[in-house]
Design a protein around this ligand. Structure first.
Ligand code: UT7
Length: 334
């Protein structure tokens, strides 16, 4: 009998501390009006000093496992998408999260696909589950983006926030619960559009790295913006056409929350109604790999997302990477 991947549960964690636009007005030369008009962001969450990416990932993962109705012993693969890992080289954040939530002796690894990381993680989970290699995969997107943001650079510090989201992806034989499709892609020729230059083998950690602030994220914002709108529009049109699905059949369009103007442009191109488009960018900013699972969690916790409803995910980020997915929510609602 064929085995499919199903999206069994969602969980998330957002730090309590809020960094508002008026706080940023006191830190850099910007205004609340500029930020809201250009990005839609009003505030973002920032993790305390003692909270690491794995702490946030572990909190999201615990919620996802509890809501899945499974026990942690049932999880047989842990994948963490992050570009702000606890440690740059090793151990992986997935290993640390596994330990924090009490999962041992299972495969665990990180993936690096920036903001596209969670949807990339879902494609990995789908492949493992549908090949029969794993039964219940924990996919986490977790970021302490504030750890790589230069809070004197107004072009980036207004955008990003911290947080985590997690999902349990389980094997099912019920085709109505199955992932419909995932497209994931990349183009490394645009690598310099979004980059944290150091530390790494190109620029190992040294005094020059600190003097030149190479450890902070750098972005060609406007170029990235234009490419994001063009690429995402094509990508979501392609996945819908490929699967013979009309945008009206989508219950929730859940895009990466980088910029309201990107979301609006892509949503309009698809003819999405306002009630179909999920927005959290105003309250969380851009949380990179955590953005999509935090948004799914938002509609789950507010009681909007019900079992069987069709989600269209789309994302774009450093690499450059992008991805889209058509997935019915297969979680039980309390
Ligand atoms: O998550 C991964 C994918 N990331 C994205 O998709 C992000 C894509 N990019 C964006 O969201 C937008 O490009 C930004 C929000 C980053 C910038 O908006 P923009 O409309 O592309 O503005 P811009 O970079 O073209 O800058 C316009 C002006 C510039 O001034 P001049 O040169 O016209 O005098 C900037 O210096 O706005 C200025 N500016 C600011 N002004 C006030 C840039 N940042 C700020 C700021 N406050 N925070």
């Amino acid at each position: 009998m064929a085995v499919y991947a199903s999206f069994r549960s969602i969980g998330a964690y957002a730090p309590e501390k809020i960094l508002s636009n008026s706080d940023l007005e006191k830190m850099v030369d910007t205004t609340d009006e500029w930020i809201v008009k250009r990005t839609g962001i009003k505030e973002r969450r920032i993790a305390d000093k003692h909270i690491s990416t794995s702490d946030m990932g572990a909190m999201a993962a615990r919620a996802a496992i509890e809501r899945s109705g499974l026990s942690k012993e049932d999880i047989d693969l842990v994948v963490c998408a992050t570009v702000t890992p606890d440690y740059f080289n090793m151990p992986s954040t997935a290993c640390i999260i596994s330990d924090k939530i009490g999962i041992s002796n299972v495969q665990a690894f990180d993936i690096s696909a920036a903001c596209s990381g969670f949807v990339y993680g879902l494609s990995i989970a789908k492949a493992f589950v549908e090949s029969g290699m794993k039964k219940n995969v924990l996919v986490i997107g977790a970021e302490k983006f504030s750890s790589i943001v230069d809070y004197t650079d107004r072009s980036t510090c207004i955008l990003f926030g911290d947080g985590a989201g997690a999902a349990v992806i389980s094997a099912t034989t019920d085709k109505s619960e199955a992932f419909i499709d995932i497209h994931a892609s990349a183009d490394g020729s645009y690598a310099d559009f979004l980059v944290t230059p150091a530390p790494g083998s190109v620029h190992p950690a040294n005094q020059k790295m600190l003097d030149e602030k190479l450890n902070f994220v750098q972005m060609k914002g406007n170029e990235t913006f234009k490419l994001a709108v063009k690429t995402l529009t094509k990508d979501v049109v392609d996945i819908l056409e490929h699967n013979n699905i009309e945008s009206s059949q989508i219950k929730y369009f859940i895009p990466h929350q980088a910029n309201y103007r990107i979301i609006k442009a892509v949503g309009d191109a698809l003819g999405m109604r306002e009630d179909q488009v999920v927005l959290t960018v105003q309250k969380y900013g851009n949380t990179s790999a955590a953005s999509i699972p935090m948004a799914i969690n938002d509609i789950f916790e507010s009681g909007r997302l019900k079992e069987g409803e069709l989600m269209l995910l789309d994302t774009f980020g450093g690499g450059l990477t992008w991805a889209s997915a058509l997935i019915p929510f297969a979680g039980k609602v309390k």
